[in-house]
Design a protein around this ligand. Structure first.
Ligand code: PLP
Length: 391
């Protein structure tokens, strides 16, 4: 193997738990293991730890602590927001609106609700992955109870005009939910300046532990519970709290949002060097997503005449962890629904590569990826059955 080193550029998939966060969590797995619902002192300590994490999550979003509900992650938060609002407001209306480029945690939840008799409009996006507020204006009706549009897309990094979309939604008396799983901890997110009513986040996307997350629910929102059982989370989300996970998420959000603009600028500079390096050295590429309205760490590029899966395997043999625009479902390769929604043909979507950087990536890694990628693309194009670029 040539120059083997590990370069992790798949931070949108998941992140490593920061050692400082592990240190904060460990006591709550052992010495302070109490059940926050009990009344003796180690339980009270546990409850205090949950409350303190809640304050940290609230502070990061500009919310009030009692508007934060801990969940098992982004998927549960999305399910709760969408099903909870749809069911609780069914008498008022049976119409929901979302976008075609949502994560499956949103799309499959909406499809499930369609089977329960709800109607769902899936808003299209433009070539950059942006939802057009005018489209929302034309689709929303008196029977719409919820609009759910993501804060930033997980594949192409496009940041949606959430504030404008929330404002249109409110003019029509509906609630606005945003899946901010990719945004929180990476760009400043404020529930008040955007006016969102519900917001999903997930700890493992910003160096917290997997299986932890939260749903922000603005005070006064009518929403049903989805998990039934004990009285945890002020009778809204049953189940003994994931104590260490919650502590970890609290610490993680505090660290991630400290100096977020400066870290973002550093990440953006590395990412932009990657983009211009790729575009300068490899012909027949296309940058997916918006040129400027995008997450600082996201880069998504299509390479003509190449299969994304083979690119990933070869990159992996050089120690580079990346992601592609296809998802392996059973034994077929489905092109990404996000790239298709931006108008990309299926074969171009198949040849796309997503690199997602974080603050721990280095300039040396960027150089290594640029060098390796040119080699990998050259080699694959030589053997490509999909045709070769005209020279
Ligand atoms: N929403 C988005 C935009 C995501 O990127 C993800 C995870 O990749 C999820 C939801 C699901 O979050 P979790 O893995 O915490 O269930």
């Amino acid at each position: 193997m040539e120059d083997r080193q590990l370069v992790y550029m798949d931070h949108a998939a998941t992140t490593a738990v920061d050692p400082e966060i592990v240190q904060a969590m460990v006591p709550y797995l052992h010495n302070h293991f109490g059940n926050p619902s009990s009344i003796y002192s180690i339980a009270r300590e546990a409850k205090e730890a949950v409350d303190s994490a809640r304050v940290k999550v609230a502070a990061a979003l500009g919310a009030k602590p009692d508007e934060i509900f801990f969940t098992s992650g982004g998927t549960e938060s999305d399910n709760w927001a969408i099903k909870g609002v749809a069911y609780a407001n069914r008498k008022r209306g049976d119409h929901l609106i979302t976008s075609k480029i949502e994560h499956h945690a949103v799309l499959h939840t909406c499809q499930y609700l369609e089977k329960q008799g709800f109607r769902v409009t899936y808003l299209p996006v433009d070539q950059y992955g942006l939802v057009d507020p005018g489209e929302l204006e034309r689709s929303i009706t008196d029977t719409t109870t919820l609009v759910s549009v993501m804060y930033a897309n997980n594949e192409i990094g496009t940041i949606e005009p959430v504030k404008e979309l929330a404002s249109i939604t409110h003019e029509h008396g509906a609630y606005f939910h945003t899946d901010a799983v990719q945004a929180v901890g990476h760009i400043p997110v404020s529930v008040d300046s955007t006016g969102v009513d519900l917001l999903s986040l997930s700890g493992h996307k910003f160096n917290g532990p997997k299986g932890t997350g939260a749903l922000y629910i603005r005070k006064g929102i009518r929403i049903d519970n989805i998990l039934h059982g004990g009285g945890q989370e002020r009778n809204r989300r049953a189940g003994t709290e994931n104590l260490a996970g919650i502590v970890g998420t609290g610490k993680a959000i505090e660290l991630a949002t400290t100096g977020i603009e400066e870290k973002g600028a550093r990440i953006r500079a590395m990412r932009d060097r990657l983009i211009s390096g790729i575009q300068g050295s490899i012909p027949h590429t296309r940058l997916n997503g918006h040129p400027s309205l995008r997450l600082p760490g996201n880069l998504n590029i299509s390479f003509d005449f190449i299969e994304g899966e083979s690119m990933l395997l070869l990159l992996d043999s050089f120690g580079i962890c990346a992601s592609t625009g296809s998802a392996c479902t059973s034994d077929s390769l489905e092109p990404s629904h996000v790239l298709l929604a931006t108008g990309l043909p299926a074969e171009t979507a198949h040849g796309s590569l997503r690199l997602t950087l974080d603050v721990e990536n280095t300039d040396e890694e960027v150089d290594y990826v640029l060098l390796t990628l040119a080699k990998v693309v050259g080699r694959l194009r030589e053997m490509s059955p999909l045709g070769k670029p005209a020279t």
